[in-house]
Write a protein that binds this ligand. Structure first.
Ligand SMILES: *Cc1c(COP(=O)(O)O)cnc(C)c1O
Length: 385
């Protein structure tokens, strides 16, 4: 490998939000100026247009925006009637939000193992987890597959298990909005799907935000009511316990502009992932797409089996290549979640992945020179130089 490559002039960004901002130019400023002018900062007209655009983008009949991806999960679980004594199945190798929300509602998160080939919920472990929950006297009600790093979970297998046991499927697409499975958009692959617009997500806004997708008109109405303090037809007539769940108008205005370039950004992410894969697949285990799946590459995560990860991270830092470890620990190994059940046979894949994964810089504005620098640096850091 080339150890004499010129170092990039600028610091390599793990995620570069400013490059996107430069591309969007005046458009965001103009959109925000319009909101300042009309002054409807909560539930302004941009909310409805943004929801229409989001639904159209993914093919769902209804999109309901809300305050964050975590809130989207919370509202969706409330709308689905999750309550104390219920068990909801969540992967152990993911961001904390799905487990957090189940526990917050007073139900029990039951941890499921993941598959090494796509980092997503393992249907075999899911079956074992359902048995575990029943043995513990819990009432299984639903499954939350997470589309980790941008690739849809195995919805066909998970849906078959859900139907067999009478459970709902709530897809957590915080990392995967914009991806597809067998031509169908994320947002249409489960009864309800949630996403997040946290700035670092593939489709992020300039603050917190989230959305819920469904084909079910009745459920969408319930979600809109929950979002607005449980209001019925009249604003001061409360038909259920709700919350302050609204996305603010400025974030919606920003999302409208960002959605216009999102398909193009997804294509750029795909191209970068292909170059990473071409440059690294002989050396480390690179992420693979399942048959029929596309990814929005929220993360490009490699598995390094035979190398010292800490040393590699340090060497990459010296080479000006930022990395991240998603995830350092499984959820069931963390203090707040230790008491909750895990699928019968344990979670060996999740537990072993935490010590071997490494996520490389990924955003649509990584130029080829920087990609080459990153690829070369990874090769050198892993001792192939
Ligand atoms: C980011 C994330 C969330 C939470 O989204 P917020 O908008 O930060 O609340 C939920 N689930 C997964 C898998 C995530 O990556």
């Amino acid at each position: 490998m080339k150890s004499d490559m010129p170092k990039p002039a600028n610091k390599v960004a793990f995620i570069d939000l400013q490059a996107q901002r430069r591309r969007l130019g005046q458009k965001i400023d103009d959109a925000l100026a319009r909101v300042l002018e009309h002054g409807r900062f909560v539930m302004g007209p941009e909310i409805e247009s943004c929801e229409r655009d989001l639904a159209e983008f993914c093919g769902a009949r209804h999109a309901v925006t809300c305050g964050s991806g975590t809130q989207a999960l919370h509202m969706a679980m409330r709308a689905l009637g999750v309550a104390s004594g219920d068990a909801v199945f969540v992967p152990a190798f993911t961001f904390v939000a799905p487990a957090e929300v189940v526990a917050l509602i007073g139900a029990t998160p039951v941890f499921v193992d993941v598959r090494e080939n796509d980092f997503n919920m393992d249907p075999v472990s899911l079956e074992a987890a359902i048995t575990t929950a029943r043995h513990q006297g819990l009432n299984p009600v639903g499954i939350v597959p997470v589309d980790l790093f941008g690739q849809p979970a195995d919805y066909p297998a998970i849906t078959a298990i859900a139907e067999k046991h009478g459970l709902f499927v709530l897809g957590d697409a915080a990392q995967s909005f914009g991806a597809t499975l067998d031509g169908a958009g994320v947002g249409t692959l489960a009864k309800v799907t949630t996403t997040s617009f946290f700035p670092a997500k593939p489709l992020g806004t300039y603050g917190d935000g989230g959305a819920i997708f469904t084909h079910d008109a009745e459920l969408a109405d319930v979600l809109r009511s929950i979002r607005n303090h449980g209001a019925g037809n009249d604003r001061y007539d409360h038909v259920r316990i709700g919350e302050t769940g609204r996305l603010d108008t400025m974030q919606a205005a920003i999302l409208i502009e960002k959605l216009l370039i999102f398909a193009d950004e997804i294509a750029a992410r795909q191209q970068i992932s292909e170059r990473y894969t071409a440059g690294l697949s002989d050396l480390v285990r690179v992420p693979r797409l399942n048959d029929g799946a596309t990814s929005v590459w929220a993360q490009y995560t490699i598995i390094i089996d035979d190398h010292d990860r800490d040393a590699a991270v340090a060497r990459l830092r010296e080479a000006n290549v930022p990395t991240a470890i998603y995830y350092q620990a499984t959820l069931h190994e963390q203090e707040a979640y230790r008491a909750f059940p895990v699928a019968g046979n344990g979670l060996p894949v999740a537990e072993s992945l935490t010590g071997r994964v490494l996520s490389l810089p990924m955003h649509p504005y990584l130029d080829e020179k920087t990609q080459d620098w990153i690829i070369n640096s990874v090769r050198l850091a892993l001792g192939d130089g």
